[in-house]
Ligand binder design. Structure first.
Ligand code: NAP
Length: 282
């Protein structure tokens, strides 16, 4: 009987239980993946609860991907570089090992030929939170050599900039104030990692204006890692210009599949997980 879960706050939007419970059933593994909605003052209690209840592992989502690190006993190298953890394995003796599967999930969701074209180009990332940490590392690792981060409070992103500069020596990295209108005229890929546009109170909003999207080159990629709704306002603006767009669903499938692989130590059923997720959107 394998016990798995996801911690975050709020968690009403989470599609991970559908995906992981389908995967467990598909693999004939007895167990379940549950939602553990955790307010900030209960983070330590929830971790203790999972240890006592012999959970095999859990996902970490908004807003705890950075805060979780202080509870981790051992951290995978890639997660250490990004300073963010989104998947944790709990050993039989209650030790926590942290991984970051957003990195491979994000990059592997970009079609191969498009990814190859990004080498040596410029990228812009909106937001400097947990997911942004993984995504910036993934982009620099994919040979993007000029990265601009936009944040509503740029000072909060300074430590991310420092981490990236020390791990990707020679890359040009800057942080700017996020505003409705920004110039994206030489950008090969724009990535939204803020929750603006997500199901709930900001659905229908975009972190940048339609005029900002109008400044992108015709062959630019607009990637919104939000998966609910599948087509955010930002992607609508980009589709209006016939730009290549990528939504957050494939990243969600691939980061989840990698986490499951750590927990069950078997090949994950990626197609069944994708199908389960897509069935939530019909
Ligand atoms: P997080 O750690 O809380 O970071 C969110 C970032 O967005 C922070 O930089 C935050 O700025 C900024 N932000 C929040 N509200 C904003 C607003 N109204 N205007 C401008 N900036 C704002 O969250 P996260 O874990 O990175 O997740 C972010 C989003 O990505 C969520 O929608 C999540 O569902 C999605 N996500 C998708 C996948 C996937 O697999 N597709 C994976 C991970 C995350 P402050 O620091 O100023 O608060």
């Amino acid at each position: 009987m394998i016990k798995l879960g996801v911690i975050g706050y709020p968690l009403a939007h989470s599609l991970s239980p559908t995906m992981h419970n389908t995967a467990l059933k598909f693999k004939n593994i007895e167990g379940s993946y549950v939602v553990l909605e955790t307010p900030e003052d209960k983070l330590a209690d929830t971790i203790e609860y999972m240890k006592k209840q012999k959970f095999r592992g859990f996902n970490v989502t908004i807003p705890y991907k950075v805060d979780i690190i202080k509870f981790i006993d051992e951290i995978d190298n890639l997660a250490k570089i990004t300073g963010a953890v989104n998947a944790v394995v709990i050993s039989d003796d209650g030790k926590l090992k942290g991984y970051n599967t957003d990195i491979s999930g994000f990059i592997n969701a970009i079609p191969k030929e498009k990814l190859d074209n990004l080498s040596g180009k410029k990228a812009t990332v909106l937001g400097t939170g947990g997911a942004a940490r993984a995504i910036c590392s993934a982009l620099l690792n994919a040979d993007i050599n000029d990265l601009t981060l936009y944040a509503r409070a740029p000072a909060k992103g300074e430590d991310l900039k420092e981490i990236l500069m020390s791990n990707f020596v020679g890359a040009n990295i800057s942080i700017k104030q996020l505003e409705e209108n920004i110039d994206l005229s030489d950008i090969a890929i724009l990535v939204n990692t803020t929750p603006v546009g997500m199901y709930g109170k900001s659905e229908g909003q975009s972190p940048v204006s339609e005029s900002s999207i109008a400044t992108l080159p015709v062959n630019a990629i607009v990637y919104d890692i939000i998966y609910r709704p599948k087509t955010t306002k930002l992607l609508e603006y980009a589709q209006g210009r016939n730009l290549v767009t990528i939504d957050g669903t494939e990243m969600l499938v691939l980061q989840g599949a990698k986490a499951l692989e750590y927990w069950i130590e078997q090949e994950p059923p990626v197609d069944a997980m994708r199908e389960a997720l897509n069935s939530c959107f019909v």
